[in-house]
Write a protein that binds this ligand. Structure first.
Ligand code: SF4
Ligand code: SF4
Length: 646
């Protein structure tokens, strides 16, 4: 064993490897991605023996890879972020019925806030919908222990098991004792065995549903599951508390912190908090009802802290109703806890102050005087919207499409026709940032691959407009192919703008089928996007470098004018994976201060000093996109007669 400082996600990878995981498959998504990357890194370093790890083309593919390997008896791990589980849900709901043979663990990271997601959905709800047990760690250490236990539970009950951390658990770091080498547990020698349960026919589903309903109550009272629901009684030894604080997942850590701060503050004032019971729920589904009934005996009021949905709060209400328990439940539903976003210890402290204040008049006056010691900045904060990186090739793609639309519009007006109107459908990735001014090139964004098909629906209803769907290269393989086939099959008049930057940039530059590089470090023949488009029957395909403005505008004009589905592949690597060129500069003597370079492309490397524009050399990567944008030709390399007097 060795002691290492690890991020939660890195530790969970170690936990799974120590449990003997044989197959790991997932799709990148913040805050989950580091787990699978850690498995790949440890495999690449030679310390994780016998494991297969892959980025699958999407979450559904990943879960199905894992399901197959589990049926052969191997321990498997699937990873994704919360919205990724939507993509895998078709497989998940059936997998709960079909069941697992080798331990089957689904690591699904939720994103309260949300910090980098479309939704604030709660995977505990999904677990209940799919009738699959879920563990919810309050600390990275607990998550590490849960990863190991989840494989055991999965095999004992023949069910997939979800481990659902939230962002702060995934990304917090602490010290762990981890094995220096791990070995995947070999699958049983007999291998995959034919069994009617692997085939989900209606008759078998009916039986399986009964088996699920029978095993869930057993899991809910299994000590290896309920050991993650921890009861602490403090303070006032021997006194029976009448209030309880129940917290789930990371909120339990915040709750402990908030209570410790309140106790310290009360002691300074020579006071004591009322006795209370603190229950950290780490096994929210199936809800450990018997344990909770036992621990809530004598309790009159319960306050619940949890991020996202009021899952535990509703379970406690159900329990009170079903078993006629006399406690009142406070939380999100009563307005006593925040109904959305992340919790934090100071937020919980304020809620607890109000909660305790109703317990005693002494505490009411004390609570009223006590303000949480948060640092607050009173002045105006600078507005800093997220933007595409300086030199991002996507900027050139958006610019070219908008310029082409403008030119087509002028052409139409010259011919006495109405100006061209367009709807620009975006998608999930860095390029969603194309919606920001001045590009203003994303009118819709729904979910992975949706822009491709939404554009088709829009085109049916508003055929007089142009419809462009922007999609990244990784999303192209993950979720766009069926939509493109739909456009060809149904003859929809749309233009696909495929932004091929040779990586999955948004989530940390992971490879994908178009790169040819696998997570195991092998090189395969890349799947060529234009080849796929041709095979799907797209008749007009143009490939351009988005940093070549004239060629890009001409290609965009050509595809927009084509009747039927057409595709422009804007191909230029992400600036994160190539070395930068020398920065450019602006001649301050000849710059007119017209700001066109700023208002047309919005590169964050270009600033304005009140009179003239300037380029911040520490940000500029020398992509050259701004050069043709300047109508006065004053942007260039130092030494080329344009930028040198800067
Ligand atoms: S060359 Fe121009 S557009 Fe490219 S990064 Fe530098 S300032 Fe930005
Ligand atoms: S477009 Fe050219 S002239 Fe106008 S502000 Fe920018 S660098 Fe100066």
């Amino acid at each position: 064993m060795a002691q290492r400082l690890l991020m939660g996600n890195e530790a969970f990878a170690h936990g799974a490897l120590e449990a003997g995981v044989r197959v790991v498959a997932g799709y990148p998504g913040t805050p989950s991605s580091e787990l699978i990357e850690t498995v790949a890194k440890l495999h690449g370093e030679g310390s994780a023996h016998g494991v297969h790890v892959e980025w699958s083309t999407n979450e559904k593919a990943a879960l199905e890879v894992a399901a197959g390997a589990s049926m052969a008896g191997a321990r498997v791990l699937f990873t994704c972020k919360q919205v990724g589980l939507n993509v895998a849900s078709d497989a998940l709901l059936s997998l709960a019925y079909v069941g697992a043979r080798g331990g089957c663990v689904l690591f699904v990271a939720d994103d309260p806030g949300p910090i980098s997601s479309q939704t604030e959905q709660d995977t505990r709800r999904f677990a209940a919908f799919a009738k699959v047990p879920v563990l919810d760690p309050s600390t990275p250490e607990e998550g590490f222990a849960m990863m190991k236990e989840a494989f055991e539970l999965s095999e004992r009950y023949g069910t997939p098991v979800i481990v659902r951390p939230t962002t702060r658990i995934c990304h917090a770091s602490t010290f762990f004792d981890v094995a220096e080498e791990t070995h995947a547990r070999p699958a049983p020698a007999e291998g995959f065995e034919k069994d009617p349960r692997w085939v989900i026919f209606p008759k078998r589903s009916f039986e399986a549903h009964g088996e699920i309903n029978e095993r869930l109550p057993r899991i809910a009272s299994d000590p290896t599951f309920t050991r993650f629901t921890v009861v602490e009684e403090v303070p006032g030894e021997g006194e029976r508390p009448t209030v309880a604080i129940v917290a789930c997942g990371v909120s339990a850590a915040y709750g402990r912190e908030a209570l410790a701060a309140l106790q310290r503050r009360a002691a300074e004032e020579g006071m004591e908090l009322p006795p209370y019971r603190f229950i950290a729920v780490g096994s929210p589904y199936p809800f450990p009802a018997d344990l909770m009934e036992q621990e809530l005996e004598g309790i009159e009021r319960v306050i619940v802290f949890e991020e996202l949905d009021p899952v535990v709060e509703e379970e406690l209400l159900k329990l009170a109703g079903a078993r006629h328990l006399p406690y009142a439940v406070l939380g999100k539903l009563t307005g006593d806890a925040p109904d959305r976003g992340e919790n934090a210890s100071d937020v919980i402290r304020e809620c607890l102050l109000r909660f305790f204040a109703t317990e005693s008049p002494d505490l009411a006056s004390w609570a009223a005087a006590l303000q949480p010691e948060t640092l607050r900045f009173e002045g105006p904060l600078p507005v800093r919207p997220p933007v595409l990186c300086a030199g991002c090739p996507h900027r050139g793609s958006f610019y070219a499409v908008k310029r082409a639309l403008k030119e087509l519009s002028k052409q139409a007006e010259r011919a006495g026709e109405p100006a061209v109107q367009a709807v620009l459908c975006g998608d999930i990735g860095c390029y969603t940032l194309g919606n920001a001014a001045p590009l203003d090139a994303v009118d819709t964004c729904l979910c992975m691959g949706a822009g491709i098909t939404m554009a088709q629906g829009l085109a049916v209803v508003e055929p007089q407009k142009k419809h462009v769907a922007f999609v990244g290269d990784s999303t192209f393989f993950a979720s766009a192919l069926t939509g493109i086939a739909n456009a060809v099959y149904n003859g929809h008049d749309v233009t696909f703008a495929i932004l091929d930057n040779a990586t999955t940039a948004m989530t940390g530059s992971q490879p994908h089928p178009g790169t040819g590089l696998t997570l195991m470090g092998e090189r395969r023949a890349p799947i060529v996007i234009e080849g796929v488009l041709e095979a799907l029957g797209v008749e007009r395909i143009r490939i351009v470098d988005p940093l070549d403005t004239d060629a890009s505008i001409e290609a965009a004009r050509d595809c927009l004018a084509f009747a039927g589905p057409a595709a422009i592949i804007f191909r230029s690597p992400c600036i994160q994976i190539v070395a930068p060129e020398e920065p450019l500069s602006i001649d301050p003597v000849t710059c007119t201060g017209c700001k066109r370079c700023i208002t047309q492309i919005g590169c964050p490397a270009i600033g304005f000093d009140g009179t003239v524009a300037f380029i911040d050399a520490s940000l500029c990567v020398g992509c050259g996109l701004c050069v043709p944008v300047c109508p006065f030709g004053v942007i260039g390399a130092v030494g080329d007669g344009k930028g040198e007097s800067a």
